[in-house]
Design a binder for this molecule. Structure first.
Ligand code: CA2
Length: 147
């Protein structure tokens, strides 16, 4: 099973500022967690990060016919991007939305998620472990050897 993990704008700055909201872990820690999860679960996990909305749309389109599941944290584009929503709908690959922080307890504008409307599940407020949980969910529900 191949899973694509997509991260949106500024997530490459993790650990550098706002540790109170996003924790002390860095983006490199996240990449390590993804590698460890892939190894432990016998999965192929590819990671992609971009600060640009169109690049994120391109990567989702690229995934069509190539990956079995998507884990996506569109970051700020979560709350604004109909283009990312449409791309997820177009490829129709099972996708899990992840947010490191608990967006529900933050500003009202963070409580709208366009991308989430095309996702089979949303995991929020679990820190970096939310990515691991999302991968496990996709494996359990959409893994090739599941009946
Ligand atoms: O909680 C999440 O994962 C978010 O997707 C993170 C986004 C935010 O816009 C969403 O509402 C919730 C922001 C990512 C920016 O990450 C930073 C990293 C270091 C310093 C400042 C921001």
């Amino acid at each position: 099973m191949k899973i694509l993990v997509i991260n949106g704008p500024n997530l490459n700055m993790l650990g550098i500022r706002e540790p109170g909201i996003y924790g002390k872990n860095t983006f490199a820690d996240l990449l390590r967690l993804l590698e460890e999860t892939a190894l432990a679960e016998g999965l192929e996990v590819e990671q992609y990060q971009s600060n640009h909305e169109g690049d994120l749309v391109d990567k989702i389109q690229w995934a069509y016919g190539k990956v079995d599941g998507i884990v996506i944290n569109p970051a700020a584009y979560t709350h604004t991007s109909v283009a990312i929503l449409d791309a997820l709908k177009a490829v129709s690959i099972p996708a899990v939305e992840v947010h490191i922080s608990d967006v529900d307890s933050r500003e009202p504008f963070r409580q709208i998620s366009y991308a989430g409307m095309a996702c089979v599940k949303t995991i929020k407020g679990q820190g970096l472990d939310g990515y691991r949980q999302a991968i496990l969910y996709l494996k359990e529900h959409y893994g090739k050897d599941t009946v």
